[in-house]
Design a protein around this ligand. Sequence first.
Ligand SMILES: CC(C)(COP(=O)(O)OP(=O)(O)OC[C@H]1O[C@@H](n2cnc3c(N)ncnc32)[C@H](O)[C@@H]1OP(=O)(O)O)[C@@H](O)C(=O)NCCC(=O)NCCS
Length: 185
Amino acid sequence: MNDIFRGTLVRLTTEDPAILASAIARWNRDTEYARLLDSDPHRMWSASKMKQYLEKDLEKDPPQEYFFQVRTLEQDCLIGFVGLFPIWAHQNAWVGIGLGEREYWGQGYGTDAMRLALRFAFMELNLHRVSLNVFEYNPRAIRSYEKAGFRIEGRLRQSLQRNGRRWDEIEMGILREEWLANNSS
Ligand SMILES: CC(C)(COP(=O)(O)OP(=O)(O)OC[C@H]1O[C@@H](n2cnc3c(N)ncnc32)[C@H](O)[C@@H]1OP(=O)(O)O)[C@@H](O)C(=O)NCCC(=O)NCCS
């Protein structure tokens, strides 16, 4: 294994804050994307405000999160991010992922990026568990997470109000032993 940040479709990178900030500011203008990612009301950030935020975040030592960007192997196109937020006392981490370039949805790129994040979580950070939550109205993400090895563990019933109805928030997780069982070659 020469490069743990390289998958079959994507690689994980760390972008220059100016490049990343302008990409995130553009992605965040897509309300459907924002609503898939977050339960907060959709807010917009300017690229310069986002750059300030990212630069401040980079100064934190030790880092409180492992925030990677996702580039395609074929075209070297910056398409999204994946971030791990460890809770060291319990060897657990929350993970979040988003492909802001929506033309890449549904073609395996996100699952490949999540597999790389899990490899980093279990092989480099030596975590015991990785957790996430996802909204009921996001079946593509749920399926992608199941392909990466996550299991549904529970639901917060009717916790969201969107498009005139209530939706559940779904809790998913993967344990180290489950990941090892499928990735020990
Ligand atoms: C979630 C996300 C990272 C998944 O990555 P992706 O590259 O789109 O996912 P993949 O193509 O690897 O897998 C998607 C799977 O969902 C399936 N799918 C797509 N739309 C679906 C739907 N409406 N219902 C059920 N399954 C669906 C696809 O067929 C595929 O499964 P398959 O490989 O068995 O055919 C990406 O779609 C994304 O960033 N979306 C916008 C932001 C977001 O939702 N972030 C997650 C917040 S929790």
